[in-house]
Every structure is written in structure tokens, then in C-alpha cells.
Design a protein around this ligand. Structure first.
Ligand code: 1CP
Length: 342
């Protein structure tokens, strides 16, 4: 890794060193909030965009050019490796991932074969292009965590309650662990491919794991997330672990092997740090809806996140969840300015 990249503020904050400014990027910074994204995607299905190296690279670069954020995140989706091993999944506009045949029994496990690097050549190629284009700006690779992937597979699509998922988890624990173990291997392989191609950090998204209490998290989920985060291929890069509504799980999510724990907007970063402990940095945590507040209210909230984050051993500024499509890109640019000014 070239020295300017190794010393990028984002990577310094992940390593709990003190960079000269607080680094900032936004979950879902590439996407429908950007007119240049909407234009490029016209008439092209989401999964086709995720399999075209030039398109992946261009969409990943758009927010870096526009906002001067401190990190890029690969344009892809958490279900992509599942599509790559042949599962019947589509990403439906306005809905999200929809699974042709939900996985609810042993027969359903048969389709979950391991992911080989050759299954996602287009990702390897896109990361190669991006590393050259980005220079000293780090690229974050990502994957879905076993629980969140399992939720889509078992429910058949997005769910508010995760009822089928929890019912399976409680009623057939052996099948559950087999399912999550296979998903852990797939996530780890997907992340390893991105790191081997040049990604300088990874984020494991367990977006929906906040649906569980801590005891269930530790019993049914944590060993599998730990398997991904502990995988030897990731040892050289910072590992970020994020979920929504995880205030009660933060300490356990740190123990699962993360270097940086992502925090949603429901809990101040000072209290989050108290729960997570001094050995990990935090990432977050402006409410994405605060981007719709009047400028003075927004500024006060951004400064408050920075002030609380300064009490953590390392802080990467982000939203508490993804950018909403209705967001004004000018407001995101303003947030970057305020954070860099601190
Ligand atoms: O046509 C479109 O523009 C579809 C919208 C879209 C986009 C832009 C989807 C469908 N996925 C993505 C890209 C994406 N997905 C990124 C891009 C990189 C960036 O952040 O800029 C990332 C990191 C993801 C990861 C992802 N996909 C997560 C984890 C992050 C999170 O937001 O919690 C999840 C849960 C998904 C599933 C998914 N894919 C798409 C949607 C709308 C959803 C959520 C559906 C639901 O509510 O369950």
C-alpha cells in the first residue's frame, strides 16, 4: 500500500490513531440521491449494474468526486454473492432483494455452495480499476453478515418482523447453524476477494440483527459473524461491523472481532463507546432524517455527533443508516464541510 493511502485519515481513525481531521463517508453515498447515478442507471437493472466493472467503478467514484468524502464504498449489494452462486434472487425497484424460493428446510441449503473468486470476476476487475483511480482515498469492501443474509433467504424478501427467520432459528437450531455457517463462508470469501483485489477496509453489514436480544445474538449469530470477521484473509485491514437498532448489542458486536463498531442514531457515541470499550473505534451516527432539518438544526446535530465521537478512541463520521433517496446532495456536501471543519 502506498504511504499516502496507509496514512489516510479514514484508516488512521479505524486504527485509533488521531488523524488531522475527522474522516467522513456515508452509507449509501452512491445511489438514488445523486442525479448522475440516476442518469447512469436509466434502463439498467440493479444486478446488471453490479456485474459491469466500468459501471461499478463509475458509480463508486461519483460521491467521491462530488463530496470529497474520505472513503469510497464499492457499489454492489449484500445479495450479490448469493446471486453469483446461482440463487434465484432479484433486486426489485422500490422493494429490495426478492428470493424466488425461500430457504426454510434442509433441501434449501443444497443451493448454498461456496463462493469462488472466479464467481465474481467483475468485482475483482472493478476493484482493480478503483484502486488505480482512487489513489490515496481508501476503498471499503463490504458483505452482508450471516443473520441479515439469512433473513432475506428465509423470509423471501424484506421483512419488518423477521418472523420466519426467528421461527426457524428457534425450531431447528442445527439447521439454523448450518445455514449461517454456509453464509459465513460465502461472506468471508466475498470480502477476501475484495481485499485481495486491493480494498483497504471492509464493512460487515448486519443491518437487521437489532431484531434480536443479546442472549439470542450471542447464541445464534455471534459465532458466525466472528467466523467472518476472524477470517485470516482480512487480518491486514480494518473491519467495521454495523447494524441498525443495535444499542443493546454493541458490546457483543465489538467482541465478534470488529476494529470499528458502527452505531445507529439512537444512542450517543459517548454512551456507545462506554458500552463498546476502549479497544475499538466507532462509526456514525447522524440520523439520516436530520439531513431534512433546517441548516442551523442540522449543523448543531453534526457538531454534537463530532463532540461525542471525540470521546471515542477513534471516530469515523457517518450517518446512523443509509442516505435516503430524497436527500438533497447539497446538504451532504455541507455535512462534509462541517465535519472537516471541526
Ligand atoms: O435501483 C437501485 O438504485 C436500488 C437501490 C439499491 C442500491 C443503490 C439497492 C437495493 N442496493 C443498493 C446498493 C448498495 N447496497 C450499497 C452501495 C454502496 C453504498 O453504500 O453507496 C450497499 C452498501 C448496499 C448494502 C445493502 N443492501 C444492505 C446493507 C446496508 C443497509 O442499508 O442496511 C442491505 C440491507 C441491502 C439490501 C437491499 N438492497 C437494495 C435495497 C433497497 C435493500 C434494502 C431492502 C430492505 O429494506 O430490506
Amino acid at each position: 500500500m502506498q504511504p499516502e493511502l496507509a496514512d489516510a485519515p479514514f484508516l488512521q481513525a479505524c486504527r485509533r490513531e488521531r488523524p488531522d481531521h475527522t474522516p467522513v463517508w456515508f452509507m449509501r453515498q452512491a445511489g438514488r440521491a445523486l442525479p448522475e447515478y440516476r442518469k447512469l442507471r436509466e434502463g439498467i437493472a440493479m444486478l446488471d449494474a453490479c456485474r459491469a466493472p466500468d459501471m461499478i467503478a463509475e458509480i463508486t467514484l461519483q460521491p467521491v468526486r462530488r463530496f470529497g468524502v474520505d472513503a469510497a464504498i464499492l457499489f454492489s449489494d449484500i445479495v450479490l454473492p448469493l446471486v453469483a452462486i446461482g440463487l434465484d434472487i432479484d433486486i426489485v425497484p422500490g422493494v429490495g432483494p426478492v428470493v424466488g424460493e425461500p430457504v426454510r428446510d434442509r433441501a434449501g441449503l443444497a443451493g448454498l455452495r461456496p463462493l469462488g473468486a472466479g464467481d465474481v470476476d467483475y468485482v475483482t476487475e472493478a476493484v482493480g480499476i478503483l484502486v488505480r483511480e482512487l489513489g490515496a482515498t481508501p476503498l471499503i469492501g463490504f458483505a452482508g453478515a450471516p443473520f441479515t443474509l439469512a433473513s432475506y433467504l428465509v423470509e423471501g424478501g424484506p421483512s419488518r418482523t423477521h418472523l420466519h427467520t426467528k421461527a426457524l432459528m428457534y425450531s431447528d437450531e442445527a439447521l439454523w447453524h448450518d445455514l449461517l455457517d454456509r453464509l459465513a463462508d460465502i461472506s468471508a470469501a466475498y470480502l477476501a476477494t475484495q481485499v485481495a483485489a486491493g480494498a483497504s477496509a471492509v464493512q460487515l453489514f448486519d443491518s437487521w440483527v437489532g431484531a434480536l436480544d443479546e442472549a439470542d445474538y450471542r447464541r445464534y449469530v455471534m459465532p458466525h459473524s466472528a467466523k467472518v470477521l476472524g477470517s485470516p484473509a482480512l487480518a491486514g485491514v480494518p473491519r467495521i461491523h454495523f447494524g441498525v437498532n443495535t444499542g443493546e448489542l454493541l458490546s457483543a458486536m465489538g467482541e465478534a472481532g470488529a476494529d470499528v463498531v458502527g452505531v445507529d442514531w439512537r444512542l450517543g457515541l459517548d454512551e456507545a463507546t462506554r458500552r463498546i470499550g476502549p479497544d475499538r473505534a466507532v462509526q456514525g451516527n447522524l440520523d439520516p432524517a436530520a439531513l431534512f432539518a433546517p441548516p442551523a438544526v442540522l449543523e448543531e446535530k453534526v457538531r454534537d455527533v463530532c463532540a461525542r465521537g471525540a470521546k471515542a478512541p477513534g471516530h469515523v463520521f457517518n450517518l446512523g443508516h443509509g442516505v435516503m433517496p430524497e436527500t438533497d446532495p447539497g446538504v451532504l456536501a455541507r455535512v462534509v464541510e462541517i465535519v472537516h471543519d471541526q
